[in-house]
Each structure stands twice: as structure tokens, then as C-alpha cells.
Design a protein around this ligand. Structure first.
Ligand code: HEC
Ligand code: HEC
Ligand code: HEC
Ligand code: HEC
Ligand code: HEC
Ligand code: HEC
Ligand code: HEC
Length: 264
């Protein structure tokens, strides 16, 4: 594994601007090792563990124990585990606990997406693609779709897609509402057609052309050689005229109230 380059980043804690000199740390999480650019640091503070946080933040701790993030460990010297759980995102919590807690009191709020990128650097690249959800523009954040504390963070990965669609429904009513003629593809989740973080294709599509649809609808070889049958129709000539979802064809890809073939 190649360690990420050492970087320096700024963190604002209790109004103080502290320059954090970053070390490269390997975080181990059961089967994976992940290089962190800069573990969150708070000058003078040490790690105290999740049970301390539970005293005042019962709600956050409850579901969190079931998430992947709860298994992250920040190694100390030798075999010793230095930090774990809440503090892997929020920084070491001793001073926050001693102060009796409080907003902005010796703790990193986590609201800045940069705090996720310190481990998920690969995601930064996705959000830098030409078409992307406006996270770096500050219009939405990682937590618009991922609950950092809930067990739901696991579900976004692709297991329970109904839930993913619900997440999208907060902002995209038209595509997620019920239709008289549903497109069954949506049951497999918005992600069967969209790369949600970012894509090289317009509208965040996973494929820019007919392959988007043919991965589920292709019946090549069903008719004479060279013919493409979709359903009971020979589509060979249509497919040369544009995408399946071009004007005149199946524009209502998210469902239609008037046409069972999703034409409009
Ligand atoms: C003695 C009670 C107490 C303990 C223990 C405690 N906190 Fe807090 N914490 C608070 C209070 C009170 C707030 C302010 C809540 C608010 O204003 O909504 C807070 C706020 C926070 C915030 C939001 C900070 C912000 O600026 O928005 C985070 C993150 C946080 N705590 C994390 C932790 C973590 C992690 C631990 C364990 C290491 C912990 N807390 C332990 C009482 C506590
Ligand atoms: C994966 C990173 C991550 C971990 C791990 C994490 N948090 Fe958070 N936490 C966040 C983010 C991001 C926010 C800001 C949420 C937002 O923008 O709505 C936050 C916000 C908070 C807040 C402020 C109240 C709120 O909901 O906005 C508290 C309190 C808090 N976390 C406590 C905890 C505790 C306690 C744990 C451990 C059980 C924990 N966090 C683990 C990322 C994390
Ligand atoms: C618009 C909603 C949305 C936003 C915003 C978003 N995500 Fe996601 N994320 C998803 C969905 C949906 C999936 C599941 C993708 C799949 O199954 O193909 C996912 C999957 C993931 C995964 C696990 C699967 C993988 O690709 O490794 C990680 C990690 C992740 N997101 C991190 C982030 C981070 C970090 C941010 C903020 C910089 C972020 N996400 C912002 C919707 C979002
Ligand atoms: C300290 C390192 C660290 C930080 C900070 C961190 N993550 Fe993760 N995250 C991990 C590791 C390790 C995994 C599990 C392995 C993997 O999927 O790469 C993970 C997994 C995930 C997953 C997939 C869940 C699953 O079930 O596989 C999502 C989604 C995710 N993180 C989002 C976020 C978001 C959003 C933030 C910021 C609020 C964040 N992470 C901050 C290390 C981190
Ligand atoms: C918190 C609000 C929010 C959530 C949640 C959200 N989005 Fe978005 N989405 C946006 C914004 C803002 C844009 C950018 C719109 C623009 O630039 O005009 C966008 C853009 C898009 C686009 C590209 C639209 C275009 O015209 O280029 C697609 C596709 C999309 N989102 C799908 C999804 C999917 C799928 C989900 C669920 C996994 C989701 N969104 C969740 C706010 C959200
Ligand atoms: C069967 C594939 C497919 C699925 C599944 C799908 N989309 Fe789309 N989506 C498309 C196509 C194709 C376009 C681009 C249409 C165009 O070129 O005008 C699009 C465009 C969009 C746009 C941009 C606005 C628009 O209508 O052009 C948004 C927002 C969007 N989709 C959200 C979603 C959400 C949310 C879900 C899940 C509920 C979803 N999509 C599921 C294929 C799909
Ligand atoms: C994830 C798989 C999947 C993808 C991708 C997909 N579909 Fe579908 N689609 C289905 C399923 C399942 C049905 C319902 C069964 C059937 O009629 O084949 C369906 C039905 C349809 C129907 C209605 C069939 C009829 O009776 O006329 C049309 C039209 C359609 N899809 C068009 C598209 C278009 C256009 C795309 C690409 C933007 C697309 N589909 C992508 C799975 C998918």
C-alpha cells in the first residue's frame, strides 16, 4: 500500500485556529487497512473511548455500535489501540469531556466533508469528476445522504435500495414519486443507472448510451442474426437513431402516468 503524502490542514477548535502537523497513520478495521492523511487532532487532548461519550450522547452511541465505522482503530505504540469509534472522526475527546461538553468545545464538529476525505480520499476523486453532486461547492454534504451515526450508513452501500431511493426522495421528488406505470428498474435502486457521487457522463449516468438500458433489456440473438429484439419488438433500426431515452422513444425512464411503454 502506498501511504498518502503528508499534508497539513487547519482545524478550528473553540475559535482557535490550530495548525495541525499531520502524521500518516494506518487505521485498521478488521480486514482492511486504510491510510489516513491526518488523524483528527486536538492539542492537549487524549482519547477516552466511546463509553465516555455515551454518558451525554446516548442517541449517537446507540446505533453506531453496529456500523463499519465503530470497528475502526487508530493504533498507538506497539499493540496498543489509541483511539476508536467516535473519536476517529471527532478527534480525541478528553478536554471536551472535562469541560462538560458543549458546541465548539475542544471537539471537531465533522460537518466539513474534509473530515470524511481524510480516510475516503478515493471519494474525493469521484466528486471531482465533471458531473457530480455539489458537495465541494458546499450545496450538500456527505451527511445529506449518509447518516454518520446510524446503522443506515451501511445500507447506502447497495444492500437495501428502497432506503437509498428514500434518501434521494428528499431532494428529487419527481423521479421518486409513485407512477401509474412504474419502471421496475427503480426497484433495484437509482444506482443501477446513476453513479451518485460523480460521473464522466451527463446526469451522473453510469453509461452514456444505449448500454445503460441494454444491460437489462438486451436480447441480442433473439431474432435473425444482427437483430436486436427488446420485448417483442425488433429494435434494430431504432437503436441507430439515438439513445433509448431520446425524444420520441422512452423518455419517461423514471415512470409514466400515461404510457405503459414509458414513452412520455
Ligand atoms: C458531560 C457531557 C458530555 C460528554 C461526556 C461528551 N459530550 Fe459531546 N457535547 C456535550 C454537549 C452539552 C454538547 C453541545 C450540544 C449542543 O449544543 O447541541 C456537545 C457537543 C458535541 C459535538 C458537537 C460539537 C459542535 O461543535 O457542533 C460533538 C461532535 C461531540 N459533542 C462529541 C463528543 C464525543 C466524541 C464525546 C466522547 C469522546 C463527547 N462528545 C462527550 C456534552 C458531552
Ligand atoms: C464517520 C464519522 C463520524 C463518527 C465515527 C461519529 N460522528 Fe458524530 N458527527 C459526524 C458528522 C459528519 C456530524 C455532523 C452531522 C451533520 O452535519 O448533520 C456529526 C455530529 C455529531 C454531533 C452533533 C449533533 C448532531 O447530530 O449534529 C454529536 C453530539 C456527535 N456527532 C457525537 C458522536 C458520537 C457520540 C459518536 C460515537 C458514538 C460519533 N459522533 C461518531 C461524524 C461522525
Ligand atoms: C447524493 C447522495 C450522496 C452523497 C452526497 C454522498 N454519497 Fe456516498 N454513497 C451514496 C450512495 C447511493 C452510495 C451507494 C453506491 C452504490 O451502491 O453504488 C454511496 C456509497 C458510499 C460509500 C461506500 C461504497 C463505496 O463506494 O466505497 C462510501 C465510502 C461513501 N459513499 C462515502 C461518501 C463520502 C465521503 C461523501 C462526501 C464526500 C459521500 N459519500 C457523499 C450517496 C451519496
Ligand atoms: C478514520 C477514518 C474514517 C473516517 C474519518 C470516515 N470513514 Fe467512512 N469508512 C472508513 C472505513 C475504514 C470503512 C470500512 C471499509 C470501507 O468501506 O472502505 C468506512 C466505510 C464507510 C462507508 C461504507 C459503509 C459500509 O457498510 O461499508 C460509508 C458510506 C462511509 N464510510 C462514509 C463516511 C462519511 C460520510 C464520513 C464522514 C462523515 C466518513 N465515512 C469518515 C473510515 C473512515
Ligand atoms: C440534499 C439534497 C440531495 C439529495 C439527498 C440527493 N440529491 Fe441529487 N442533486 C442535488 C443537487 C443540489 C443537484 C445539482 C442540481 C443542479 O446542479 O442543478 C443534484 C443533481 C443530481 C443529478 C443530476 C441532475 C442533472 O440535471 O444533471 C442526479 C441524476 C441526481 N442528483 C440523482 C440523485 C440520486 C440518485 C440521489 C440519491 C442517492 C440523490 N440525487 C440525492 C441534491 C440532492
Ligand atoms: C433505468 C435507469 C434509471 C434509473 C433506475 C434512475 N434513473 Fe434517473 N435518469 C435516467 C436517465 C436516462 C436520465 C437522463 C434523461 C435525459 O437524458 O434527459 C436520468 C435523469 C435523472 C435526473 C435529472 C433530471 C432529469 O429528469 O433529467 C435526476 C434528478 C434523476 N435522474 C434522479 C433519479 C433518482 C432519484 C432515481 C431513483 C429513484 C433515478 N434517477 C433512477 C435513468 C435512470
Ligand atoms: C436494472 C435493470 C433495468 C435497467 C437498467 C433498465 N430497465 Fe427498463 N425495465 C426493467 C424491468 C425489470 C422492467 C419490467 C419487465 C419488462 O417489461 O421487461 C422494465 C420495463 C421497461 C419498459 C416497459 C416495457 C413495456 O412494456 O413497454 C420500458 C419502456 C423500459 N423498461 C425502458 C428502459 C430504458 C429506456 C432504460 C434505459 C434508460 C431501461 N429500461 C433500463 C429493468 C431495467
Amino acid at each position: 500500500m502506498n501511504p498518502q503524502p503528508i499534508k497539513t490542514r487547519r482545524a478550528t477548535i473553540a475559535g482557535l485556529v490550530v495548525l495541525v502537523a499531520a502524521a500518516v497513520v494506518i487505521i485498521s478495521c478488521a480486514t482492511i487497512d486504510r491510510v489516513v492523511v491526518a488523524p483528527p487532532m486536538i492539542p492537549g487532548a487524549t482519547y477516552v473511548g466511546m463509553d465516555q461519550c455515551a454518558v451525554c450522547h446516548e442517541k449517537e452511541v446507540k446505533d453506531f455500535k453496529l456500523t463499519e465505522h465503530a470497528r475502526i482503530q487508530i493504533p498507538g505504540e506497539g499493540e496498543r489501540v489509541q483511539g476508536q469509534g467516535c473519536e476517529s472522526c471527532h478527534g480525541p475527546g478528553s478536554l471536551h469531556v472535562e469541560a462538560g461538553g458543549g458546541k465548539g468545545k475542544f471537539i471537531i464538529s465533522g460537518k466539513d466533508s474534509e473530515s470524511c476525505f481524510q480516510c475516503h480520499l478515493d471519494k474525493k476523486a469521484e466528486f471531482n469528476l465533471e458531473h457530480h453532486h455539489p458537495v465541494k461547492e458546499g450545496k450538500i454534504s456527505c451527511t445529506s445522504c449518509h447518516d454518520p451515526h446510524g446503522k443506515d450508513i451501511n445500507q447506502a452501500k447497495g444492500m437495501w435500495m428502497a432506503r437509498v431511493n428514500e434518501t434521494c426522495a428528499q431532494c428529487h421528488r419527481e423521479q421518486t414519486r409513485a407512477h401509474v406505470f412504474e419502471h421496475e428498474a427503480l426497484r433495484e435502486g437509482c444506482t443501477s443507472c446513476h453513479n451518485v457521487h460523480g460521473s464522466i457522463n451527463r446526469k451522473l449516468l453510469t453509461e452514456r448510451d444505449n448500454n445503460l438500458c441494454l444491460k437489462c433489456h438486451g436480447q441480442i440473438g433473439a431474432g435473425a442474426p444482427g437483430q436486436t429484439f427488446i420485448g417483442s419488438f425488433d429494435h434494430t433500426a431504432f437503436l441507430q437513431q439515438g439513445t433509448c431515452f431520446s425524444a420520441g422513444c422512452h423518455t419517461a425512464v423514471h415512470g409514466s402516468d400515461i404510457n405503459s411503454h414509458l414513452r412520455y
